[in-house]
Structures are given as C-alpha cells and as structure tokens.
Design a protein around this ligand. Structure first.
Ligand code: GDP
Ligand code: MG
Length: 201
C-alpha cells in the first residue's frame, strides 16, 4: 500500500484569481495546511483543453446537469431546461469562455488526504453559500442567480479535483510526468514521521 502522504490533487487558480491578485493568498493556504507543491505552471488554456478537462469523467455532463436542476428546484425556482445535458452544454460553453479568458496557474499539491483537504479549504462551488473561512467563502461574492442573469460562468477563483479518480486523470491532463517533482520537504518530518527524535539538542 502506498503511504497516504503521497496523495495528489490538481488545483487551478482560475483567471479571476490571477486578476484579483489572490494567487499568493491561495497558494499560502495550501502551504500552511502542510501540503507540498509538486508541480506548477502559468498558461492560457486552449478551449479544447478546458472541454477535455471538464469531460474527463464521462458522467460529468449528466451529474452536473442533474445537480444544477436540483439546485433550482431546492430554491423553488423553475430550471431553464429539463434536459440535464442541455443545461450542461450552457455551463460548459460559459466555462470555456471563462477559463480561456486569461492566464491561470495549474498546480499539483501532495500530502495526506490532499483531495479532501483541498476541497475543504476551497469551499462549496457557489460562493454565496460557501462556508466562511473557506477561500471561496472569504474572497468571492458571486452567485448562480447573478451569473445566470449575466449568462456567464460563476467566478469562484479555483478548480480543485473532486475525488481521487478525477485527481489522477486531471493531473495527467495538465502535467507531463516529468513536470511533477519528487522531492523531500523538511516539514514532512514533523508532519509524518513516527518519531520526533532529533528536535532536542
Ligand atoms: P466544483 O468542483 O466545485 O468547481 O463544481 P462542479 O465540478 O460541480 O462544477 C464545475 C463548474 O460547473 C463550477 O465551477 C461552475 O462553474 C459550474 N456549475 C456547477 N454547478 C452549477 C450550477 O448549479 N449552476 C451553474 N450556473 N453553474 C454550475
Ligand atoms: Mg468539480
């Protein structure tokens, strides 16, 4: 069995994160929790790269469509369409425009429970309801009501892999194997080592 500390997840600081000068703050949160940055690059993504990214999970169109329809109904609203695939087509078109509008920073973060820990720090998808203390909750005031009214993607600063299987596919989609670093971080000795020998002189 591989050690839990080797888990990896993909994080993208979206164009609004770069434009709002929040890249340092976002990176800092992942550093402070004890995760290790093992890959990083700035790029302006191609439209096809973004479409592929969101559809790496063949079920993403259906799941996102159904989730969105459920979201409207739970607020007592009528969804604009009943077909989950048609709703996702609109979401995907908006996402392609948003994600290719400027530079993004793609990163791989490694450490115990990396996928879940990053999702916890990032917060829920819609900033209006993301918990206080999360990155989206603290730094964004966007909502589906506003982004839908303006026919655009919700600006929620960050993409983070949703689960381990997605994380593996997404890391491979954004990085070549040689771009992901294998190295030791000094703080891993206090986070993961079984013995704490060597602190006292
Ligand atoms: P994430 O992993 O928290 O970013 O959320 P998802 O993977 O569920 O969705 C990916 C992206 O699809 C989000 O960042 C939003 O841009 C968009 N999206 C998801 N759900 C909805 C929704 O209910 N309404 C709208 N307008 N967009 C949505
Ligand atoms: Mg997702």
């Amino acid at each position: 069995m591989t050690h839990p500390s080797t888990e990896r997840t993909l994080v993208i600081i979206k164009p609004d994160g770069i434009q709002r000068g929040l890249a340092g703050e976002i990176i800092s949160r992942f550093e402070k929790v004890g995760l290790k940055l093992v890959a990083s690059k700035m790029l302006i993504p191609e439209v096809s790269h973004i479409e592929e990214h969101y559809t790496l999970d063949p079920e993403w169109r259906r799941i996102t469509g159904e989730k969105t329809i459920e979201g409207y109904k739970s607020k007592g609203l009528t969804p604009p369409m009943d077909d989950p695939y048609k709703i996702t087509e609109v979401i995907l078109a908006n996402l392609k425009k948003y994600m290719t509008s400027g530079p993004v920073i793609a990163m791989v973060w490694q450490g115990a429970h990396a996928v879940k820990i990053v999702r916890k720090l990032v917060g829920g998808t819609e900033p209006l309801t993301s918990d206080v203390g999360t990155i989206r909750g603290d730094y964004v005031l966007d909502s589906y009501a506003m982004s839908d009214a303006d026919s655009r993607a919700i600006r929620n600063l960050i993409h983070a892999s949703g689960n381990l299987a997605d994380a593996e596919k997404e890391v491979n989609h954004w990085f070549k194997p040689e771009e992901v670093m294998n190295y030791r971080l000094v703080q891993e000795e206090i986070i993961y080592d079984v013995n704490l020998d060597g602190i006292l002189e």
